[in-house]
Design a protein around this ligand. Structure first.
Ligand SMILES: Nc1ncnc2c1ncn2[C@@H]1O[C@H](COP(=O)(O)OP(=O)(O)O)[C@@H](O)[C@H]1O
Ligand SMILES: [Mg+2]
Length: 425
């Protein structure tokens, strides 16, 4: 409010100034002034806001005048119902000194009221002569004081509106900043989740590699054992040695291939490409099949489409591995005897679907509504990030991931936009 006041004072309207000048001419007075009135404990402060006067050299002594409230009594006596009117020699004490200091001989003072508050005063003074103001002059003067009040009120409203507009704009700007900040935080959270889930996937991958290597490592151990025995029994000829080395190298080759598969899988695709769902299923199974075998889980694939998807195959494989791992964990946790996973691909005009169905007993009812939220897990060492990430990856590729649960098992369906080329269901 304080600053608004200052702005009003600095912005006295030019038409208002013109009106005051006309008043000065019409009444033939020395000076017309607008004062702002501030009320303190036992003093009034009058601040000069605008001054129109005939002789510039007759400057006012002070811009701000403090007067004791009690010494205003002699002025109050001169109130005629509308304006204070009289001569300086009718005043007493501090006020009279003040008026004489300003060489005022006759005066009229009218209160300026804005919204029921005595905002200030409009004054006209005659320093040249002691004179009587006629009723007509008093009426004009009083009417102008009211006009000044109205004009200031309008100005106040205008400035208030402007200030509100400014505040709104600032608010908008900070809102914008806040939104950007939130978006940034969210992105950071996403990055953190991706990081966390990547670590989880890495652990899972190491376990898968261990499963994949178990067989070749066993064979290698057997081959070495056999070499040792052949030597002990004196059967180790050069040909025998060559054959054994060849067999060992085949196993090592096999292990190296596994590592390559995993390395390829961890290379994120920078650019999107077109591919068929079966390709990613094969890639995922290459990585996880050893561990599925280990737990006696049958995988049955029914491929019913040749349609293409456009996107990131490694990311999609990651989703499949997540879903297959979840099923595997559920089979083990519930100690299911007959363990099967059915993978089915099919398509319609617009979408390609990959359905992964298991008979592991279905999804726990208590978490079903929050299944795709982060950190939702029923496992002691679960992260609860697998399905959340899977959904995120699929959504980013323009598709959707949904779950359906029955007593017998769970079905997860990946739905992705079909690439329009490569017709044929
Ligand atoms: N095929 C499934 N059958 C039954 N429950 C499942 C299956 N897949 C996921 N769930 C449930 O969803 C939860 C969340 O899975 P996920 O997001 O991968 O996190 P995590 O595997 O770390 O628990 C699992 O803890 C499990 O309770
Ligand atoms: Mg999981």
């Amino acid at each position: 409010m304080e600053s608004l006041q200052k702005e009003i004072e600095a912005n006295i309207d030019s038409s208002l100034v013109a009106a005051l000048e006309s008043l000065r001419l019409a009444l033939e007075v020395t000076r017309v002034t607008i004062f702002r009135l501030l009320s303190f404990n036992d003093t009034y402060r009058l601040k000069r806001i605008c001054k129109i006067q005939r002789i510039p050299s007759l400057s006012m002594v002070r811009d701000e005048i403090d007067i004791q409230k009690e010494s205003m009594a002699s002025l109050a006596k001169l109130f005629d119902g509308n304006v204070f009117v009289g001569h300086s020699d009718q005043l007493e004490g501090e006020v009279r000194i003040l008026f004489e200091e300003h060489r005022i001989r006759s005066f009229m003072i009218a209160p300026i009221v804005i919204r029921d508050e005595r905002w200030g005063f409009l004054t006209v003074v005659d320093c040249a002569q002691k004179r009587r103001f006629s009723n007509h002059e008093k009426a004009i003067f009083w009417a102008l004081a009211r006009t000044v009040g109205e004009s200031l009120k309008r100005q106040q409203m205008f400035l208030q509106l402007q200030q509100m507009k400014k505040e709104m704009e600032q608010l908008n700007a900070t809102l914008q900043l806040k939104i950007e900040e939130e978006v940034r935080k969210n992105r950071e959270k996403d990055l953190m989740l991706i990081q966390q889930s990547r670590y989880a996937t890495m652990g899972e991958m190491l376990r898968n590699i261990a499963h994949q290597w178990r067989q070749p490592l066993n064979i290698l151990a057997l081959l070495l054992q056999d070499l040792k025995e052949a030597y002990e029994y004196g059967e180790l000829t050069e040909i025998y040695l060559q054959k054994s080395i060849k067999k060992c190298l085949i196993q090592i080759q096999h292990m190296s291939c596994t590592i390559n598969d995993f390395r390829d899988f961890f290379k994120p695709h920078k650019e999107a490409s077109s591919f068929r769902p079966f390709q990613v299923i094969r890639q995922a199974l290459k990585i996880i099949s050893a561990s599925l075998d280990h737990y006696d889980i049958q995988v049955k694939i029914q491929n019913q489409t040749k349609a293409y998807i456009y996107g990131y195959p490694n990311e999609l494989s990651q989703v499949l591995i997540n879903l297959l791992t979840n099923a595997r964990e559920e089979f083990v946790r519930r100690q299911i005897e007959e363990r099967s996973i059915w993978i089915r691909t099919f398509a319609d005009e617009d979408f390609v679907y990959i359905e992964i169905k298991d008979n592991a007993g279905g999804i726990d009812e208590s978490i079903y509504p929050y299944l795709f939220k982060p950190y939702v897990t029923t496992k002691k060492e679960g992260t609860g990030l697998g399905l959340y990430m899977a959904k995120m990856i699929i959504t980013k590729m323009g598709g959707d991931l949904s779950a359906h649960s029955e007593k017998n098992g769970a079905t997860f369906t990946i739905c992705l936009p079909r690439k329009k080329e490569g017709r044929g269901l």
